[in-house]
Design a protein around this ligand. Structure first.
Ligand SMILES: [Cu+2]
Length: 176
């Protein structure tokens, strides 16, 4: 087991002309959930020994905490939700949950692998940070999935409200 890390790192470097980081990028756009659709910034994902690193640079967010997750599908289009109500970025589907846990327990829990650390926007609406997702060890598996920033915070729990009490899908982008 101890030898897997260094070998994987060497293979990664050998497989590209230069160390190709960041490996995945999502151009984030605001949905019609709250504000006028338009560019929201960029999210990049790189591997690290501590897990996937999400480097975020977002602007014009409502100040305060926001839930942040990987979603199942690679589309940010409007689509009906389970109740048939047209939903901004609804086509991104539910939280990415390859282990089929059907549980929302935050970035350190044993639920959805999708569950990322909350994003914190400044009073100016900026969010510039690098967030660690310790349970995501295969960054390549994220390719083609949408990442979504929600209205409001995330309790990292299904109680008292399911999915961390998540609000509308505020900003969305597909990792490529
Ligand atoms: Cu979400």
């Amino acid at each position: 087991m101890l030898r897997i890390g260094p070998i994987a790192a060497l293979l990664t470097i050998a497989g590209s002309a230069q160390a190709a980081e960041p490996v995945l990028t999502a151009d984030m756009v605001y949905t019609s959930a709250v504000q006028t659709p338009g560019p929201a910034g960029v999210i990049k994902v790189t591997p690290s020994p501590k897990g996937a690193l999400f480097t975020i640079d977002l602007h014009d967010l409502p100040p305060g905490p926001h839930g942040f997750h990987v979603h199942e599908a690679g589309s940010c289009a409007d689509a009906p939700n389970a109740a048939g109500v047209m939903t901004p970025a609804g086509a991104a589907g539910p939280h990415w949950d390859p282990a089929r846990t059907a549980a929302h327990r935050g970035p350190h829990g044993d639920g959805h692998l999708a569950d990322l650390p909350r994003i914190e926007a400044s009073v100016e609406g900026r969010a510039v940070a690098t967030l660690t997702a310790p349970r995501i060890t295969d960054v390549a598996a994220l390719k083609g999935h949408a990442v979504i920033v929600h209205v409001g915070a995330d309790t990292y729990s299904d109680t008292p409200d399911p999915l961390g009490g998540g609000g509308a899908r505020l900003a969305c982008g597909v990792l490529r």
